[in-house]
Design a protein around this ligand. Structure first.
Ligand code: MD6
Ligand code: FE
Length: 215
């Protein structure tokens, strides 16, 4: 009976976004303080910066990376690279804390054996947003993406495979983890402009970790 009760509580926190995409509510709440401490350490070596899109626009979201490769954008395009172009040094390593969390979240969503080598770290100040896009710079699209929300809540926009498909809106809170792959892997998605807010661990900011198998 307690087993059923536990199973009920656990499934209650899994929300379907679309075919192949789920939101694991609160999955990373316990690890969040350690994740944030690690983000601070990563940013000391590889500072947050506002990347320039190939079209010449400065992104409102500030970004850095950890892992064997990191995602970057500049006038030449989007790509993954082993070195931080700002410092010329390799991106900080991905810790077991990050890697294990990503693997467990993928597993919980039905994707086994997820071993990401890239973690993009996004930092949103009030007003920062991410326009609808597809994550398609990864060499292997058969793996899911695991996305961890920390700090101030945001509205996540989840569309279809066509840019014109009207996106659905989901609130993502501190500790929520989205996992998507399979038929949703190339779905258009974005984040609404961050509203003014406060979280005890991040102040007015939101952070997002997106783990990818990039190579
Ligand atoms: C964010 N996330 O939540 C931005 N991409 O700050 C993404 O762009 C994203 O959450 C692919 C899969 C999950 C994501
Ligand atoms: Fe994305």
């Amino acid at each position: 009976m307690t087993g059923d009760l536990l199973a009920g509580l656990m499934t209650a926190s899994v929300e379907d976004l679309a075919d192949g995409a789920v939101l694991l509510r609160g999955f990373a709440v316990a690890e969040a303080p350690a994740l944030l401490a690690e983000i601070t350490a990563i940013a000391e070596a590889a500072p947050f910066r506002h990347l320039i899109t190939p079209g010449g626009f400065r992104m409102s979201v500030a970004m850095t990376n950890c892992g064997a490769v990191g995602w970057i954008s500049d006038r030449r395009g989007y790509r993954y690279g082993a070195d931080d172009p700002e410092t010329g040094c390799p991106w900080p390593a991905m810790s077991p804390l990050f890697r294990d969390l990503a693997g467990r979240a993928a597993q919980a969503a039905g994707f086994s054996g997820f071993a990401p080598e890239a973690c993009l770290i996004n930092r949103y100040a009030p007003g920062a947003r991410l326009t609808l896009h597809q994550d398609r710079d990864e060499g292997n699209l058969s793996h899911p993406i695991v996305s961890v929300s920390l700090g101030v809540p945001a509205t996540f926009l989840f569309g279809g495979l066509d840019r014109k498909d009207k996106p659905r809106r989901f609130r993502v809170d501190h500790g929520d983890v989205a996992v998507w792959g399979g038929p949703s892997r190339l779905a258009f998605h974005g984040v609404d402009a961050l509203k003014q807010g406060h979280h005890d661990l991040t102040g007015q900011l939101r952070y997002n970790l997106t783990f990818r198998k990039a190579l």
